[in-house]
Design a protein around this ligand. Structure first.
Ligand code: NAD
Length: 480
């Protein structure tokens, strides 16, 4: 079977006829062929989005109608939630428990949350100190937005971008990651079924070259990108050259700070969930566990015991707790980091290799725990994006904030403490876009999400995303 792209309301093959394979990471088998878009396809998609942007049907859609449209998309996603969750699990690998309980419901909630904003996007009037002048401002959409997604939570991250882009009146060209295109294609089908006018949503599929063609296109007013910091830097410089708007949600290396008086047994589960959710392929994954040196080994052993007992398997099996990594490339990358950890002197507590036996044809990696990790080791500094947890002992709690901040990244952090003052002081001192206190990594459509430092530029979710997809216009009127 071959999937199709959506350009100007038509489901089509690539103009050049090229395709690529999307693979089931649990088995290594091809699921489907997907069109490999050309630069001509990207041009056509952008042209369709540009025409739709100023079409009366879209540009003059009443706010209440727009709200109903987004609500209808949410309803359709919900009606198809089981099918979508299975598709996401098949293409991405995440256990069905995650796709059905997190990925799809979170996408639905984004459309419902932003449906609510449709009727509330007002500007303000301001009393100027100039006689005889009335002043007001209004928020206006930007135009064609290029939405470029990663492979770790394909549908959910597409929804984080698409819902606020649509509610503010933009049109879009979406590009899912080449590893995981299927749920975005299905999302676009359901959007069309919901009644989104032709050309408002376009989907082009392919690899980095397709993303580059979107980023460089002079008619793309804004790029919203989620992916690696390396590609984010490249996109920022391209967008900077032509002064396109840009939002970047990039990598992370979240510290988990466990204060000396924390109840280690009570926090094991939250830490493991933070570290191993979606096999560690989470930008906010808890990866650097700072533990009092007197209890670091105990903590590492306890995490190792639970992690090594977790059931690895095909995400569609009900008993599976950990799925595969998304691709052979990603598995090899994780394995290189594990080898670096061993070579640089960290102590391997459990895991450290690819899973064998009946799992050998898929991209399964044993959950891996290291202890005696130091701040300078590669596994403590670089984003691994796999099931690798590093326990870093500390002696002086006063150094915790400084050590946690000694990283290029600043996406997220978690603090585990029974002392409310200490926890909140640390929350102020940590340089991260999100700090959780005594929680696994929760997200909500209403809470702004994004990174400081090399973890990104701008925020998704909440009112911040409305700002990210609009410009403000001042209108001055002479009263004389
Ligand atoms: P990636 O940067 O390799 O690719 C992301 C997307 O960009 C893909 O669609 C890819 O085809 C496209 N792309 C690649 N090169 C491009 C270029 N030069 N120009 C335009 N587009 C290009 O990232 P990935 O490996 O798919 O995703 C993993 C990364 O995403 C991790 O670093 C992770 O931390 C990050 N991530 C961040 C968040 C967040 O909210 N901050 C969420 C999820 C993932």
């Amino acid at each position: 079977m071959t999937a199709q792209m959506l350009i100007d309301g038509e489901w089509i093959a690539s103009e050049g006829g090229g395709t690529f394979e999307t693979i089931d990471p649990a088995s290594g088998e091809v699921i489907e062929l997907v069109p490999d878009a050309t630069a001509t396809d990207v041009d056509a998609a952008v042209a369709a989005a540009k025409a739709a942007f100023s079409s009366p049907e879209w540009a003059q859609m009443l706010p209440a109608t727009r709200a109903r449209l987004l609500w209808r998309i949410a309803d359709l996603l919900e009606e198809h939630s089981e099918e979508l969750a299975r598709l996401e699990t098949r293409d991405q690998g995440q256990p069905f428990g995650i796709s059905s309980a997190i990925s799809i419901p979170n996408a639905v909630e984004h459309f419902r949350y932003y449906a609510g904003w449709a009727t509330k996007l007002h500007g303000v009037t301001v009393p100027l100190s100039i006689p005889g002048v009335d002043y007001r401002n209004r928020r206006e959409p930007l135009g064609v937005c290029g939405l470029i997604m990663p492979w770790n939570f394909p549908l959910m991250i597409a929804a984080w971008k698409l819902a606020p882009a649509l509610v503010t009146g933009n049109t879009v060209v979406m590009k899912p990651a080449e590893q995981t295109p299927l749920s975005t294609i299905r999302l676009a089908q359901l959007c069309m079924e919901a009644g989104v006018p032709r050309g408002v949503i376009n989907v082009v599929t392919g690899g980095p070259a397709v993303g580059q063609a979107i980023v460089r296109h002079r008619d793309v007013a804004k790029i919203s990108f989620t992916g690696s910091t390396e590609v984010g830097r490249e996109i920022a410089s391209e967008a900077g050259r032509r002064l396109a708007r840009v939002s970047l949600e990039l990598g992370g290396k979240a510290p988990s700070i466990i204060t000396p008086e924390a109840d280690i047994d009570a926090i094991l589960e939250g830490n493991l969930m933070g570290g191993l959710l979606n096999c560690g392929q989470v930008c906010a994954a808890y990866t650097r566990f700072y533990v009092d040196h007197k209890r670091a080994d105990e903590f590492a052993q306890k995490m190792g015991t639970i992690a090594s007992g977790m059931k690895l398997g095909n995400g569609l099996e009900p008993t599976t707790q950990l799925g595969p990594l998304v691709s052979e490339d990603q598995l090899q990358r994780v394995d290189r980091y594990v080898s670096a950890g061993v070579a640089e002197g960290a102590t391997l507590v459990t895991g450290g290799s690819r899973a064998g036996g009946e799992l050998a044809t898929g991209y399964f990696y044993q959950p891996t725990v290291f202890t005696n990790v130091t701040d300078s080791m590669t596994i403590a500094r670089e984003e691994i994006f796999g099931p690798v947890l590093s326990v870093i002992p500390y002696e002086d709690p006063q150094e915790l904030a400084g050590r946690a901040n000694d990283t290029d990244y600043g996406l997220a952090a978690v603090i585990w403490s029974r002392d409310i003052g200490t926890a909140n002081r640390l929350a102020h001192e940590i340089n991260a876009g999100t700090v959780w206190i005594n929680l696994p990594p929760f997200l909500d459509a209403a809470a702004p999400w994004g990174g400081m430092k090399a973890s990104g530029v701008g925020r998704e979710m909440g009112w911040e995303a409305i700002l990210a997809y609009t410009d403000i216009k001042s209108i001055w009127t002479s009263l004389t």
